[in-house]
Ligand binder design. Structure first.
Ligand code: NAD
Ligand code: LMR
Length: 329
């Protein structure tokens, strides 16, 4: 086992997602069994007691990969030296709300956290935002951290990506391992565009394998895009274990790389690819090598996909204007 632990900061650590995420990280699911991790856990003051209880449980697991745990309510202390920041802490939506309804309530969390990361995180910090509305919260954090390269900020659309793979696997009765090159474009919201035209099943085009445009448009896309709401309706609380699992997938692949012949979906700052305005944190197909992501280039976008991408990107642009109006960026 290597000796220097990777420092992973997690916010909202006493919340639902935290309760699943921390144990996965501590058990080695993020960087493997040979890499010790130190957890640095941020909560608001009233939740620190509950967090102490979670830390007691982490202790009780005696994880060989867990090198230490620090907790606190001051991001300038908790983020010190962090190599990864998983920004989960934010209010979840309730029934009948859209994720964008959380902008005002949650946006305010990410400006001070961006500033703190800018001041005290390690030089190689990578930031993943899970708390909703994730894309625009990542934009707020990035805009408040001028000394951190912009490409170190990302938001989670991996849960949508995994949901899309699962729905397609069920429809075609194939194992998930047969499915490659899934893409979520745009915002982690009901406007997101899960794209089957570039995905492959057993090496063949997924849209052709489905051969049913009606299912693709009227079942697949809305099922994936509205899955979060369906879970809130069924569980009475928003997705937690699957969100934690997707956060692990995202941070792991960003660090260790994507497999040859495949890509993943990550919301990252646009460089203008596919006519997505520069600087918006929008989901793209990306590959990762040596810890750096690149947007997959050269995909042909037909009129149907173009319309869907434009709609979700327009929503991101509106969210950017809204947080500008709130003075958050
Ligand atoms: P939760 O309410 O169970 O936990 C959130 C925690 O964040 C709470 O313990 C709260 O005290 C803490 N918190 C609030 N403000 C904070 C701050 N300033 N600093 C540190 N901690 C703070 O919620 P949850 O179910 O764990 O969900 C967390 C967020 O993740 C929500 O916004 C939810 O909508 C979002 N989410 C995103 C995805 C995704 O795919 N991107 C999936 C599921 C949930
Ligand atoms: C999800 O997709 O499950 C989360 O973003 C929670 C939500 O509000 O839908």
């Amino acid at each position: 086992m290597s000796t220097t632990p990777v420092k992973v900061a997690v916010t909202g650590a006493a919340g639902q997602i935290g309760y699943s995420l921390l144990f996965r990280i501590a058990s080695g699911a993020l960087f493997g069994k040979d890499t010790p991790v130190e957890l640095r856990l941020l909560e608001i003051t009233p939740a620190l007691k509950a967090l102490e209880g979670v830390v007691m449980e982490l202790d009780d697991c005696a994880f060989p990969t867990l090198a230490g745990v620090e907790i606190g309510d001051d991001p300038n202390v908790v983020f010190a030296g962090a190599n990864h920041a998983l920004l989960v802490g934010a209010r979840p939506r309730g029934p009948g709300m859209e994720r964008g309804d959380l902008l005002e309530a949650n946006g305010g969390i990410f400006a001070p956290q961006g500033k703190a990361l800018n001041e005290v995180a390690a030089d190689d910090i990578k930031v993943t935002v899970t708390g909703n509305p994730a894309n625009t919260n990542a934009l707020i954090a990035m805009s408040n951290a001028p000394d951190i390269p912009q490409e170190r900020f990302s938001a989670l659309t991996r849960l949508d990506h995994n949901r899309a793979i699962s729905q397609l696997s069920t429809k075609l009765d194939v194992p998930v391992t047969e499915i490659r090159k899934m893409t979520i474009w745009g915002n982690h919201s009901a406007t997101q565009y899960p794209d089957l035209f570039h995905a492959e099943v057993g090496g063949k085009n997924a849209a052709e394998a489905v051969g049913d445009q009606d299912w693709l448009e009227n079942t697949f896309i809305p099922t994936v895009a509205k899955r979060g709401a369906a879970i809130i309706e069924a569980r009475g609380a928003s997705s937690a274990a699957s969100a934690a699992s997707a956060t692990i997938d995202h941070a792991r692949d960003w660090t260790l790389g994507t497999p040859d012949g495949d890509w993943v979906s990550m919301a990252v700052p646009s460089d203008g690819s596919y006519d997505v305005p520069e600087g918006l944190i929008s989901s793209f197909p990306v590959t990762v090598k040596d810890g750096q992501w690149s947007i997959v280039q050269g995909l042909e976008i037909d009129d149907f996909s173009r319309g869907k991408i434009e709609a979700t990107v327009a929503e991101l642009a509106e969210e950017r204007e809204a947080v500008k109006g709130l003075g958050l960026i």
